[in-house]
Design a protein around this ligand. Structure first.
Ligand code: BGC
Length: 261
């Protein structure tokens, strides 16, 4: 637990399931006040909100499309209306679509980049506007992926968007460092979340994924949320513009693990 997080106000996009849900819960355990965004899964957001309240925080759930300006504004306004301020913004919402790139439709490319790339820009811009206007030394956390670094055939739109999140994070970290605003990314590897449910239900695909993780296991959403809590807290006060990989070593070139090469 991080003492300084108590009473802080956070927006978490895509908080109804998976990593976003775990971050909301962890922030609740830190006694924070959390605006939990969802797109379609209201029940998931309600479950996350109940967990936050149970551990002593406060929560508001908000339906919003984070790939729109109106969506980002609604989230910020909810934080201000209900909790009177904003300290932390987590751009977590994400999606992926599998397709061979020569067959990837423009519509699907646009769908993925709208959420994974434009959504991150709009959320960060909203938070930065508020932080600047109110002289808040706030923190932004962008959910990237190991695929900001590792190419991912048949997921070109996702990898391209995450690569963009990486340099967007570094750029705005540099731009706003003088204001005391910190901006970091988290790069999860293979985590047990709904985005992977279908893949992990297939034993062969599950084993294949595990074989690419030096630690030999899939990660949990709570393990990613622990990184988000640290990046949100003042324990990481000298950390900005970095990606914290939480991936069991997936980015360490696991093909070399037996000393071949
Ligand atoms: C993706 C997962 C994938 C993992 C490792 C994540 O960014 O969302 O679907 O299992 O990267 O490849």
């Amino acid at each position: 637990m991080y003492q300084d997080l108590k009473g802080k106000v956070a927006v978490v996009t895509g908080g109804s399931k998976g990593i976003g849900n775990a971050i909301a819960e962890r922030f609740g355990a830190e006694k924070m006040n959390v605006v939990i965004n969802y797109h379609r899964d209201r029940a998931g957001a309600e479950t996350a909100a109940a967990a936050v309240v149970k551990s002593g925080g406060q929560a508001e759930i908000v339906q919003a499309d984070i790939s729109t300006e109106a969506g980002a504004e609604k989230l910020c306004q909810t934080a201000l209306d209900h909790f009177g301020k904003l300290d932390i913004w987590v751009n977590n919402a994400g999606m992926e679509i599998k397709a061979a790139t020569h067959e990837l439709s423009l519509a699907d490319w646009n769908k993925v980049t709208a959420v994974d790339q434009t959504g991150v820009f709009l959320g960060a811009r909203m938070a930065l506007k508020y932080f600047k206007a109110n002289h808040v030394k706030g923190t932004i956390i962008n959910m990237s992926s190991v695929h900001e670094q590792i190419p991912w055939p048949t997921f070109a739109s996702y990898a391209a968007a995450k690569g963009s999140v990486k340099l967007f994070t570094k750029t705005i970290a540099m731009e706003y460092a003088k204001d005391g605003i910190r901006v970091n990314a988290i790069g999860p590897g293979a985590i047990n979340t709904p985005i992977n449910a279908k893949k992990f239900a297939d034993q062969a695909q599950y084993d294949q994924t595990v074989s690419m993780v030096p630690m030999n296991r899939i990660g949990t959403p709570a393990e990613v949320a622990a990184g988000a809590a640290w990046l949100a807290s003042s324990e990481s006060s000298y950390v900005t513009g970095t990606t914290l990989f939480i991936d069991g070593g997936m980015t360490l070139y696991p093909a070399f693990k037996d000393g071949q090469g």
